[in-house]
Structures are given as structure tokens and as C-alpha cells.
Design a protein around this ligand. Structure first.
Ligand code: ADP
Ligand code: MG
Length: 790
């Protein structure tokens, strides 16, 4: 029996998933695996665990586990469900990489998918759980894919042993064939339960032109127009990254300042007589802007003027009811519906180009002067934002203000923000690209997929009909790929291969992946692991076919098992496994922790907003340069290069107590330093578990390494990064003046470079190893350390 408050109960009853409770529970009872599809916001994540709880799935010895691909979701959903059920967080808990509040009383456990994968390593049968829910399966994150593969084997094993277990896979899209039509994965296809979305139509407004350069400027102007001219309703903006989010927030707050004292903070908006509210109401009454009427029955996924058949053919493949679909009433067109033959997208969308429907927003220019009379309540939202900050988006904005959430992809499916009526979509996404041959990584902002753009648009229609402003043309949209690719096909897989080998899956090629990585990627992974000593190449007679097979079924070594127990990539795990020598372990742990966390140093090269800020930035840059020189050490330490700088920074920061003040003053990213601290603790525990005799501990007052230890550290680094070796381009090989100071790597024709901010930029040693190559303005090596030529 769950004792919910009347308010919660009322809110729950509005969620579409509640209507399906019986169907879902029946299917779960009858089948070992069930797939549930329902639009974002339909209540899957918050309600399905409650159904299972109430049906008694957590009353025996097993508990209910739910995995999320994002930490944000694991934390905030566990809080939400605890609140809805009126239960303590001792009972509804979460576990993410470094923290959690799980207790012996925990019955519902939210966790990141990586956490569950680690648990499978400890107990393959996951006997703690009676049900596992894999949430957000449509995101196709690598761990989600692997977990589904593993669970497809674990569930039947459990049932055979008389310890029944259920698997639920939940997706925000209907595109689940990779799970259901894959007989290698599920010999009997699991039933798919569709939850009908309570989705209001969303009118899509395409831009006539597509800004290629300053799209954030375009986003800013669009928000200004919406805020000044359109009726009340929250705005949700999709941008690509944290920096963009912050700079737009700053600009918007400047344009529509909001001061707490300014505005009455009562709950009752109707009673509010503030200037802002008056303006809003006026806008409502006068309807200066009449947005097109939306016809629920008439909708299409393509703009009227671009309805070429090829293009639509693929769009509606999410839901096929075979019916003909009309295009919406078109005021500029005499209101005659056009017949179009294609199946509807998952959300109802009326799509028009702004020009056709005379969208007033497109013809009005707004002045960009600070206007405190119509305050905008601007909130950022991205994965790394502190949970308290993230929680703000769920609360109603102060009365008399309009909510505007500036978000990255997290708001696309994992979090549902109440009260959003307008979506502004820049159409782009930031992704890490990885070159399979050269290993070069780069972050690139690219167009998103049609499926993602439609998800984004759908966020506007949760509570009433909404509008989505796409800042790109419909032609550009037509060129988007239909879906985003599964992550597993886009990144190196050596870490996964090692984890699987540790689970005694020797023939990784035969693993039931929902989408398999390429054979090349698997071979490359096994080769790297063999070279690190984690796998052993089995003997073969030298015949090509046999060799190929051998390359894909190397068994794990004892070193490999030790490496697999460390929660870091195999190259770094190798360093940890070797670190026992010469009392180097604390240093190796600190360096590995620092290398694993992205960007220790603050980005001080960012454009400054004002002259004042600019001079502060210059000062801070100078300070960081000076500190880096100090951290790089002297004599032998210098050769350890960037890794010595990281080690020095971590040492100094811990010595000072790892305070935000110290980080701020010395150009370190506080968040990164905290993460490094946690990771150091975690790696120290892991090392002690593997070799208890070393008894290593985290020393906050770690002294710098001795010369001898530095030599040893460099050897350990070389052992881990051995395949990332580069040699200075020789004088006779300089084919282009630009190649001077370049380095040659085995796999690339073009040289790579040491970054000006690197500790070794001036030294230019003959041989170096590097952490990775990042392509920005040039091919740059990151995390460079010198290697002695023998
Ligand atoms: P789904 O998983 O299907 O996307 P959810 O279960 O996450 O749906 O969300 C269901 C509803 O619960 C949404 O309408 C959302 O607004 C609401 N909700 C979720 N988390 C919170 C929260 N922390 N505070 C208030 N409402 C929330
Ligand atoms: Mg969800």
C-alpha cells in the first residue's frame, strides 16, 4: 500500500501510462521481457517502477532496479519517485558513479547503466534484483546496448534456476526493431506495449534561411520576439553545449532583467497586478499576434511546399496505421487540406513554413534594449549542472514572469519540463567524433537527426498546443539523417571488449548486440588489449582464416582481469596495474584520475563580455601560465610534461583543501577537481582490492615525486600509452614549412602538433607519447609526455 498525497494522486491520473497499468502488469506477468514505448512525459520513468512496487515485485528478496544513461535522470527521478510514493530516500534511492543513497532498506534503485554493468561483473545473475528496467533505450547508449545484450541471457538463466527475473525495456520512440526483430537477442520477440501520448499538436515554423555562423544570435532574437509578442507559456531552447547555454542565459537576463523584489511572488497569477502581468494579459486579450489555428486531425511531417514524396517516405516509419493524412488548414491557401499519403510521426505536428502562414514573428524586428517590465525567468539546464540547480526547472516560475529554459540535449527526452509552450531549436548537436583508423577525436557541432528534432518539437505540446521554431529551413531538415546512430558504432570499444572478456565472453563477435560494432573496431580492440597484455593471442598455424578467428577470440590474462576491475579505460588500467613499483602508486592514481576527467583547466580563452571581464581574463591567464610552470617541476620532472602539470595541479589543489577559491584563483575547474578527488578515492579502493598488500591510501599532503619516481612514472606511462607514440618530423621529411615542429605518428600521413599551452611546447622532445589527438584548428596531441630515445 502506497500512501500518496491527493495532489500527487491527481497529477498521476493525468499521465497516459496510468491507463495502461493493467496491460503492462499483465504483460510483465506473462513474459520474461517486455518493451514499453511512450512519448517523453507520458509517465514511464516515474510510474512503471511504482506499478511494479505495488504489484509486489519488491516485497520478496529482490528489489526493482532502473538504469538511466544520464546521471541527471538517475538522481532526479529517484527523488521524484520517493516524493510521489511518500517514501524515504532510504527506500527509493539512487547510485551513480561516485555517490548514492542506497541502504539495506532500498526497494527501488535508480542507477546509471555503467553502475549496473559493474554489478554484473560481481554477480552475473544479479540476484539482488527481481526486475530490471532499462530506461531511455532509444538513446542507444553503449552501456544500454550491452546491458540489453547481457540481460537477454541473464533473464532465461535466472528463470532456469528458479529465481525468476523480469526485464523491461522502455523507449520514448517506437523504433525498437533493433531489440524486437533481433532473434540473436530475443529468440521470442518480446511484446511491445504502446502508451498513447497525451500530445497536443505542435506547429512547426521553419526559418526561410538557415544561419550557418551566428545561430546563437538568431536564437536570441527569436526568444526576444516570442517573449515580447506571444501569449504566456514557457520557452525551451535547445543549444549544443554548456558554454553556449551560459552565454545565452547571460544575454537574456540582460535583455529582460528579473529582480526578486520587482515582482509579487504570490502563487495566484490572476491576482497579480504587476506591470508585467498586465502586459501579458493585454497581449492575451488583444491577441496582437494570431498564431495559426491548429487542427488536430490535419497534420503532416513536411511543409506544404516541400512535400516531395521521396522525402516523406521515411519519416513516418515510427507508427504505421496505414491511414492517409491531411496537411493542416492553411490560411494563406484558402484552407484547403492537401492529401498526403504517409504515416504520421509519433507526435502530432502541423508543419508550415513561416512565410506561408504569415507568421508575425518573422517580419518584426525587435529592439534589444533592457526591458525590466517583462521579466524573463531564465534557467540553464545541462548534464553537469548541480542537481539543486537542475531541480529549479520543475518548479513554477515566479508569478508575473515567463519561464525560459536554455538546455542542451538533456531536455530532449530524459527530463520533462512542465508548462513549455514554445520550443526554439537550433537544429544542432555537439558530438564527439572518432576516427577509427587514426584514433583522432574531435568535438563537432553537426545537424541533429529528424527523429531528435521531432522529439525536441514534441516538448512544446505537453500541456496545450504549442509552437516549435526551427532555426533552419525545411530543406535543411529534409537532409537530416532520419535517426541518430547507436553510439556503439561510433566509438572505440576496447573498454567494452575487456569488460566482456572479464565476464568470460571470449567470442565477443558472437555477443547479441542490438547493433554490433564493426568487425574492424572489434579487431582493433582485441589487438590493443593483446599489446597491453590484457589478452593472450591463442596459438594458430598461420592460416589466414584461423588467424582471423584467433584475433577475435583471445582469452583474458590475469593482468587483464586486474585491469578490468579498474573503472577506467584499458590504457590507464594498465598503468594502475603496473603502479606497484617504486612506491609510485599514489602518483599513478592521481595522474590517471586527472587524465580521465575532461579539462582540468578553465577555458580562459573564451570571449569576454566586457572590458572589465577581458582584463580579468588576461590576468587569470597569466596566473595559470605561471602556475603551470610551477607545477611542471624542475629537472627530471619536466620530461613528464603535461602529466607532471596535472599531477602538480592535483597535489597543490588537495594540499589547499580543494576549495572553490583555490580553483578560481589558479585557473582550475572546481568541478573537475572534485571529480578527480572522488575518482582518486575510488581508484585507491580498487587497487587495494586487487592487491591488498600494497596498502595504498589517498594522502592529501602528497609530496612531489622524487627524480627516481619520475623515471619510473614515465616508464609506466609509456607502458600504457605505448601505441600513442609520436616522433618529431625529421628535417629531411619536412615537405611543407607548416610541418616544422610537427610530429609523425605511425597511422597518419599528416603531422600532429604539441599545443602552445602544453608544458613541452618549447622543449619539443624527439619522442613523445600522448593521451589523445584532438582536431581543433590543427591536429593537436593532448597530455604529452617525453620518451627517452634508447
Ligand atoms: P517519461 O519517462 O515517460 O518521459 P516521466 O515519468 O519522466 O515521463 O514524467 C512524467 C511526468 O512527471 C511529467 O509530466 C513531468 O513533468 C513530471 N515530473 C517528472 N519529474 C518531476 C519533478 N521532479 N517535479 C515535478 N514534476 C515532475
Ligand atoms: Mg523517462
Amino acid at each position: 500500500p502506497v500512501d500518496r498525497t491527493p495532489e500527487i494522486q491527481e497529477a498521476r491520473l493525468k499521465l497516459p501510462v496510468l491507463a495502461e497499468e493493467q496491460v503492462i502488469m499483465e504483460a510483465v506477468k506473462e513474459n520474461p521481457c517486455v518493451v514499453i514505448c511512450g512519448e517523453t512525459g507520458s509517465g514511464k520513468t516515474t510510474q512503471v517502477p511504482q506499478f511494479l512496487y505495488e504489484a509486489g515485485y519488491a516485497s520478496g528478496s529482490g528489489i526493482i532496479g532502473i538504469t538511466e544513461p544520464r546521471r541527471v535522470a538517475a538522481v532526479s527521478m529517484s527523488h521524484r519517485v520517493a516524493k510521489e510514493m511518500n517514501l524515504s530516500t532510504r527506500v527509493v534511492s539512487y547510485q551513480i558513479r561516485y555517490e548514492g543513497n542506497v541502504t539495506s532498506d532500498t526497494k527501488i534503485k535508480f542507477m546509471t547503466d555503467g553502475v549496473l554493468l559493474k554489478e554484473i561483473q560481481k554477480d552475473f545473475l544479479l540476484q539482488k534484483y527481481s526486475v530490471i528496467i532499462i530506461d531511455e533505450a532509444h538513446e542507444r547508449s553503449v552501456y544500454t546496448d550491452i546491458l540489453i545484450g547481457l540481460l537477454s541471457r541473464i533473464v532465461p538463466l535466472r528463470n532456469k534456476k528458479g529465481l525468476p527475473m523480469k526485464l523491461l525495456v522502455m523507449s520514448a520512440t517506437l523504433r525498437v526493431e533493433d531489440f524486437t526483430d533481433n532473434t540473436k537477442l530475443f529468440p521470442t520477440p518480446p511484446p511491445v506495449i504502446k502508451v498513447d501520448a497525451r500530445q497536443f499538436p505542435v506547429t512547426i515554423h521553419f526559418n526561410k534561411r538557415t544561419p550557418m555562423e551566428d545561430y546563437t544570435g538568431e536564437v536570441f532574437h527569436k526568444i526576444c520576439k516570442i517573449h515580447r509578442m506571444l501569449p504566456p507559456g514557457g520557452i525551451l531552447v535547445f543549444l549544443t553545449g554548456q558554454a553556449e547555454v551560459h552565454s545565452l542565459c547571460r544575454r537574456l537576463r540582460k535583455a529582460f532583467p528579473f529582480r526578486k523584489g520587482n515582482i509579487t511572488t504570490g502563487e495566484d497569477e490572476e491576482a497579480d497586478t504587476s506591470e508585467a502581468m498586465r502586459k501579458f494579459k493585454k497581449a492575451k486579450q488583444k491577441k496582437p499576434v494570431s498564431l495559426p489555428r491548429i487542427d488536430l486531425d490535419n497534420y503532416s511531417a513536411l511543409p506544404v511546399d516541400e512535400g516531395d514524396e521521396d522525402r516523406e517516405a521515411g519519416i513516418g516509419d515510427e507508427e504505421d496505421d496505414g491511414s492517409d493524412v491531411d496537411i493542416g488548414d492553411d490560411p494563406a491557401d484558402g484552407g484547403k487540406p492537401h492529401q498526403m499519403n504517409h504515416s504520421p510521426p509519433p507526435i502530432l505536428i502541423v508543419i508550415k513554413t513561416s512565410a506561408i502562414i504569415n507568421c508575425p514573428l518573422c517580419f518584426v524586428s525587435v529592439e534589444v534594449k533592457a526591458d525590466p517590465s517583462i521579466p524573463l525567468f531564465v534557467l540553464p539546464l545541462y548534464s553537469l549542472l548541480a542537481p539543486e540547480q537542475q531541480a529549479k526547472v520543475f518548479r513554477p516560475p515566479p508569478a508575473g514572469t515567463r519561464l525560459c529554459v536554455v538546455a542542451t540535449n538533456v531536455a530532449e527526452t530524459s527530463l520533462t519540463i512542465p508548462g513549455i509552450k514554445y520550443v526554439v531549436d537550433c537544429g544542432r548537436v555537439k558530438k564527439r567524433f572518432y576516427d577509427r583508423v587514426t584514433g583522432v577525436s574531435s568535438f563537432k557541432v553537426t545537424w541533429t537527426s529528424q527523429a531528435s528534432a521531432n522529439q525536441r518539437a514534441g516538448r512544446a505540446g505537453r500541456t496545450e498546443p504549442g509552437h516549435c521554431y526551427r532555426l533552419y529551413s525545411s530543406a535543411v531538415f529534409g537532409d537530416f539523417s532520419l535517426f541518430s546512430e547507436a553510439e556503439i558504432t561510433r566509438r572505440p570499444v576496447e573498454d567494452l571488449v575487456l569488460q566482456m572478456k572479464d565476464l568470460n565472453i571470449d567470442k565477443v563477435v558472437n555477443f547479441p548486440f542490438p547493433t554490433s560494432p564493426s568487425a574492424e573496431a572489434l579487431v582493433a580492440a582485441e589487438q590493443l588489449l593483446v599489446s597491453l597484455g590484457a589478452l593472450k593471442e591463442p596459438p594458430h598455424t598461420g592460416r589466414l582464416k584461423e588467424m582471423k578467428r584467433a584475433k577475435l577470440s583471445c582469452p583474458i590474462t590475469s593482468l587483464g582481469r586486474a585491469m578490468a576491475s579498474f573503472p577506467v579505460a584499458p590504457r590507464y588500467a594498465k598503468m594502475l596495474a603496473l603502479g606497484k613499483q617504486q612506491d609510485c602508486l599514489p602518483y599513478v592514481i592521481a595522474v590517471v584520475a586527472a587524465m580521465t576527467v575532461r579539462e582540468l583547466f578553465e577555458d580562459l580563452d573564451r570571449p569576454a563580455g566586457s572590458e572589465d571581464e577581458s582584463s580579468k581574463l588576461t590576468q587569470r591567464r597569466a596566473r595559470l601560465t605561471q602556475m603551470k610552470r610551477l607545477w611542471a617541476g624542475q629537472g627530471a620532472s619536466l620530461l613528464l610534461g603535461d602529466l607532471m602539470v596535472m599531477l602538480g595541479a592535483v597535489g597543490a589543489c588537495e594540499f589547499a583543501g580543494c576549495t572553490p577559491k583555490f580553483c578560481e584563483e589558479n585557473g582550475l575547474r572546481y568541478k573537475a577537481m572534485v571529480e578527480i578527488r572522488r575518482l582518486r578515492g575510488q581508484l585507491t579502493n580498487a587497487v587495494n582490492t586487487v592487491s591488498p598488500e600494497v596498502g595504498v591510501f589517498v594522502d592529501p599532503k602528497m609530496a612531489p615525486p622524487t627524480e627516481h619516481q619520475v623515471v619510473c612514472l614515465r616508464q609506466i606511462v609509456l607502458a600504457g600509452l605505448g601505441d600513442h607514440l609520436a616522433r618529431r618530423v625529421q628535417a629531411e621529411d619536412i615537405l611543407d614549412p607548416k610541418w616544422r615542429n610537427g610530429y609523425k605518428t605511425p597511422l597518419m600521413d599528416e603531422p600532429v602538433f604539441i599545443h602552445p599551452t602544453s608544458a613541452l611546447f618549447k622543449t619539443l622532445p624527439e619522442f613523445v607519447v600522448y593521451q589523445e589527438i584532438m582536431e581543433t584548428t590543427k591536429m593537436y596531441m593532448k597530455g604529452v609526455s617525453a620518451v627517452q630515445a634508447e
